[in-house]
Design a binder for this molecule. Structure first.
Ligand SMILES: Nc1ncnc2c1ncn2[C@@H]1O[C@H](COP(=O)(O)OP(=O)(O)OP(=O)(O)O)[C@@H](O)[C@H]1O
Length: 259
């Protein structure tokens, strides 16, 4: 059997020396999408940083195609893994096209020309952002900036996307459009996401990050249950079937706790 595309084996990780997660075992199949869900502060961003090679694990190993990530040269890593983090504030004086074209940096070579602007424009069009290409980055709304950062990851043509709350700040239509565009790429994705409905709709598997550990990834329908919401988030919920599509949705009713 081939190695998982991205894997964590016995990983312990934290911020600085402070431990946040231990015993993390994850295997992400090539071309599959894994959603990390869990309460604020549980360690989703911490885990994404380690999977991206931005922070070293305290213990254990992260593997890309069966090879220790730390043994993958930085430039190759930058070509193969794209990261959209939660708090990035790009330089204000850049134009949107320039920022997105930076995704092409790891592909630059003295021997091969690369139409960075062409790639940037294509990525912007793909996310419906073509009209913003000439805008200064500091003249974007929060949601526009999130989408532009995802466009940079698309321009990078990485085989693995690591996305920290990609739909944060996005209006409803753009949340769906962005995740549908990411799904269409067919690449491997690991994303931290708070909206469980979006997690269930656009991701193959879900892993729960909570109380210092990470559950084994499993199909969204098996993980996203009223019992999970009660245990992990402390809210009551019911599962209702959509009368037209037949899809199951969790509907939260916090006051149920008080009844
Ligand atoms: N830069 C930092 N320095 C020190 N501790 C940090 C830092 N960033 C986060 N932490 C702490 O590390 C723990 C894990 O945080 P992390 O950001 O990984 O959680 P998260 O699950 O992504 O949360 P959220 O859903 O709120 O984004 C938390 O206790 C948090 O307070």
């Amino acid at each position: 059997m081939s190695a998982p595309h991205l894997a964590a084996r016995g990983v312990a990780c934290g911020r600085g020396r402070r431990p946040v997660l231990t015993g993390v075992d994850l295997a992400v199949r090539r071309g599959s999408r894994l959603a990390l869900v869990g309460p604020n502060g549980a360690g989703k961003s911490t885990l994404l940083r380690v999977l991206a090679g931005l922070d070293a694990p305290h213990a254990g190993v992260v593997e890309l195609d069966g090879r220790a990530l730390r043994a993958v040269p930085a430039r190759e890593r930058a070509r193969r893994l794209a990261v959209v983090s939660q708090h990035e504030l790009p330089p204000a004086d850049l134009q949107v096209r320039e920022l997105v074209a930076l995704g092409r940096l790891p592909h630059r070579s003295p021997w091969r020309s690369d139409d960075a602007d062409g790639h940037a424009d294509a990525a912007l069009e793909r996310l419906g952002l073509g009209h913003l290409a000439g805008r200064a980055v500091d003249h974007l709304s929060g949601g526009e900036l999130r989408r532009v950062l995802v466009a940079r990851a698309l321009a990078q043509e990485a085989e693995v996307l690591l996305l920290d709350e990609p739909t944060n700040h996005l209006d409803l239509r753009h949340q769906h459009e962005l995740l549908a565009a990411v799904r269409e790429l067919g690449v491997t994705v690991v994303a931290a996401i708070h909206d469980l409905d979006l997690a269930g709709r656009y991701f193959d598997d879900v892993a729960v990050v909570d109380a210092g550990s990470v559950s084994a990834p499993a199909p969204a329908a098996d993980v996203l249950t009223p019992a999970l919401l009660a245990d992990v988030f402390g809210v009551a919920a019911v599962r209702l079937q959509h009368p037209v599509t037949g899809r199951w949705h969790l509907v939260v009713d916090p006051e149920e706790n008080a009844r």
